[in-house]
Ligand binder design. Structure first.
Ligand SMILES: C[S@@+](CC[C@H](N)C(=O)[O-])C[C@H]1O[C@@H](n2cnc3c(N)ncnc32)[C@H](O)[C@@H]1O
Length: 230
């Protein structure tokens, strides 16, 4: 592991309590979570945070990436597999412990594409233990809206929508929180074991949505003009 990166992440965890790595690290430590799975490794920033967390909980970290990131660490409590994270069959074959003991904490930070996020939720959620967590990163459009980047803004909104659709379709087995700081961290906690519902709830038509919004705006302006008191 790059010691500089590891030190940087450790400092961040100690000093910046609103950082997404700290939030995840603290969740793992506070709840004494043992089996951590990470989709998307890259240069290993989140990997460092998770290795620091499992050092304290005496847990194990499983990380997956389509790139070879195996040289990042020699920690013996870390397992890396170069794989498409959608290939859960191969992952469970390689790590039967995940199937047998379940997952306590899953971090989704690989391909930030709504359909991918949806598939990951459908494939992994049945393996999450009760009182276990799923954290999904990069679900806020605001950082991209700030930079006027249209496609990434829409994409992030769509990713957030996928998480919320999943939550609302499985309302009674999940607690949902949203941390809007940084890039937007969606947090699902499994509170009950139940078969997941993969169907979407009914949703209104977007043309009607914009029409309704427009009519409300006009109506409100007319009300103001007529000096009506609220
Ligand atoms: C945003 S980076 C991960 C950052 C990392 N979690 C961190 O905090 O430093 C996304 C990573 O996901 C990987 N990735 C993209 N699609 C993937 C897939 N289908 N399966 C596994 N990894 C994927 C990319 O190769 C890239 O390294």
């Amino acid at each position: 592991m790059d010691n500089n990166l590891f030190d940087e992440v450790r400092k961040n965890i100690e000093n910046n309590k609103s950082n997404h790595l700290t939030i995840m690290h603290d969740t793992i430590v506070k709840n004494n979570l043992k089996t951590i799975v990470e989709c998307g490794v890259d240069r290993g920033t989140s990997t460092c945070a998770f290795l620091e967390a499992i050092r304290k909980t005496t847990g194990r970290l499983y990380s997956f990436d389509i790139k070879d990131c195996s040289n990042l660490s020699s920690n013996r409590n870390w397992s890396f597999l170069q794989v498409n994270d959608l290939d859960i069959k191969r992952i469970l074959q390689k790590f039967p412990d995940l199937k047998e003991n379940g997952i306590d904490f899953l971090y989704i930070d690989s391909y930030h594409e709504p359909n991918h996020v949806r598939s990951l939720l459908h494939k992994y959620f049945p393996h999450i233990n009760v009182n276990g967590y799923v954290f999904v990163d990069d679900t806020s459009a605001y950082p991209f809206r700030n930079l006027n980047i249209l496609t990434d803004s829409i994409n992030s909104d769509l990713c957030k929508e996928e998480v919320e659709e999943f939550y609302f379709s499985n309302f009674d087995s999940i607690d949902y929180q949203y941390n809007g700081g940084e890039n937007g961290l969606a947090i699902l906690k499994k509170i009950k074991n139940k078969d997941i519902n993969t169907n979407y709830l009914w949703k209104y038509n977007f043309i009607i949505y914009f029409f309704f919004k427009f009519v409300k705006k006009i109506k409100y302006k007319l009300l103001l003009k007529s000096k009506l008191k609220f």
